[in-house]
Design a protein around this ligand. Structure first.
Ligand SMILES: [Cu+2]
Length: 200
């Protein structure tokens, strides 16, 4: 019975967990509305992180075994911001824990000036095809610094696979980026089967 309850608690935890953005600090807890485009149902805030003009660190905590991940930038100060600047080659995040990019570059041709406002949008697309959204509000600053290496650390087991490289892999050499996600995916199914077996 105890095993059953623990199993149930784990399952509930898995289904309710999405992802959070720790740096730049997210707009706020979006767990109950994270499917809402474009920012997980949380409106713009005045809680802006000072972020370097040429690009800064991004630290977030996924909880799904894998998710196709996008990081976009939208210029402006309000809820009409359009996230039409892609900051990173889209990738498949694998494992879970904490994932940190020490420096995500800002394209120089944007010609941003210190003091301008923007929002960073992180999107994760997982098993069932629904996307999860979170945003963080920033102010570009000449004095802002990157996260230190001890703060910008990746959990063991977390990883990311570029989608572009997988796409260019000849089909006969394997299954591309799904290779990494596959064992975790199978493990989820195995847990589910054990759970169903325990239930009956
Ligand atoms: Cu989730």
């Amino acid at each position: 019975m105890a095993a059953l309850l623990i199993g149930l608690a784990l399952l509930l935890k898995l289904t309710s967990a999405h992802f959070s953005v720790e740096y730049p600090y997210w707009r706020g807890d979006s767990y109950s509305t994270q499917y809402t485009r474009p920012c997980g149902g949380v409106n713009v805030t005045n809680n802006r992180t000072q972020w370097p003009l040429d690009g800064g660190s991004i630290l977030f905590s996924p909880s799904h075994p894998w998710a196709i991940t996008y990081i976009n930038l939208g210029l402006g100060s309000d809820d009409t911001v359009i996230f039409n600047i892609s900051l990173i080659e889209n990738f498949n995040q694998t494992g879970n824990g904490t994932l940190c990019f020490p420096k995500v570059n800002i394209p120089p041709e944007l010609g941003l000036t210190a003091g301008s406002h923007a929002s960073i949008q992180v999107i994760q697309l997982s098993e069932l095809g629904s996307a999860l959204y979170n945003c963080a509000d920033i102010t570009f600053s000449e004095n802002a610094e990157l996260l230190s290496t001890d703060k910008c650390a990746n959990s063991s087991g977390i990883g990311w696979e570029p989608l572009g490289a997988a796409a260019s892999t000849p089909p006969d050499t394997g299954v591309g980026y799904l290779t990494t996600a596959y064992p975790t995916f199978m493990y989820s199914w195995l847990s589910a089967l054990v759970f169903i077996w325990l239930w009956n």
